[in-house]
Ligand binder design. Structure first.
Ligand code: G
Ligand code: G
Ligand code: MN
Ligand code: NA
Length: 254
């Protein structure tokens, strides 16, 4: 309850920052994308985990202005890296269920990329299965509006939800993100290995790109590379970083 008040004031007090985690192309090992992840530095409480405040922000509706802030700042950062001479980089932003249901989401996204002078093709919105399955037909309509703006759509935490494969083919998405709970035991658990291999081939047969999350070890990377996974993200490459540190990684990556 007390936390809600603090969270409400956090935006105007500029207590949020974005960190960015690199997404690496498996073939070239180049950084091709960044996932924006919000962090809250409270002056007394210190760093508050998003696992704690995102659910609270969703319950209270604070997620809506917070989400607008994330979208705007992520696009401004992508623009700033381009202006600094970096090669075009995709920026991925997580949407919450609440934001996804908001009237006028596509218009907001269109205004934001335009205000930042960012090619919409460089913005990716990460959706989750649960937010699409609540009302699949409404979700498909919203996704088509977003695709009309020109952004990419990905399905985050894939495999943890319950979207049917039949539904999946009707979603106008561009990529699947394999949840890190499958990746963790990929080299030791035959079931996780089988599921992951199946997801990679399913994605490719639907014409989608596949990214594995939570890649922490070289042998997970090797295994996923052999399976034909397109991109990877995880501590093996880099944790989420403050913008300046991400930028120096971009420069050493050239
Ligand atoms: O970065 P970290 O692992 O601490 O994030 C924890 C959770 O918070 C993840 O599920 C992540 O998707 C979510 N999260 C991080 N940043 C954002 C954000 O900007 N918007 C939304 N909706 N969720 C976020
Ligand atoms: O739910 P979502 O996939 O958006 O969550 C992303 C979260 O995963 C981020 O909060 C990030 O801190 C965390 N993360 C990123 N890479 C790794 C990793 O290699 N291992 C683990 N355990 N978590 C990771
Ligand atoms: Mn994500
Ligand atoms: Na995930």
């Amino acid at each position: 309850i007390a936390l809600t008040g603090k969270l409400r004031r956090a935006l105007e007090n500029r207590e949020f920052v974005l960190h960015f985690q690199p997404q690496v192309d498996v073939r070239t090992l180049r950084i091709v994308g960044a996932e924006a992840l919000i962090r809250w530095h409270h002056p007394q409480m210190g760093l508050v985990s998003p696992a704690r405040f995102i659910p609270l922000a969703e319950e209270t509706g604070i997620i809506v202005p917070m989400g607008e802030w994330v979208l705007r700042n992520a696009c401004e950062q992508a623009r700033a890296w381009l202006d600094g001479g970096a090669a075009p980089l995709r920026m991925s932003v997580n949407l919450s269920a609440c934001q996804f249901r908001q009237e006028g989401l596509a218009a907001l996204v269109a205004r934001t990329v335009q205000a930042c002078g960012l090619d919409p093709a460089l913005l990716e919105l990460e959706l989750t299965e649960s937010m699409l399955m609540e009302d699949p037909n409404a979700a498909i309509a919203t996704m088509h509006e977003l695709k009309a703006v020109g952004v990419r759509l990905s399905l985050d935490d894939f495999g943890t939800g319950y979207s049917s494969l039949n539904r999946l083919k009707g979603f106008p998405i561009d990529a699947l993100k394999i949840d890190r709970s499958f990746v963790r035991d990929i080299t030791t658990d035959r079931t996780d290995a089988a599921i992951t291999a199946a997801v990679v081939s399913l994605a490719h047969s639907l014409g989608l790109s596949v990214i594995a999350e939570g890649v922490e070890e070289a042998d997970q990377f090797e295994w996923l590379r052999r399976q034909g996974c397109d991109e990877m993200q995880g501590y093996h490459f880099s944790p989420p970083l403050p913008a300046e540190e991400f930028a120096s990684l971009l420069h050493t990556d050239r």
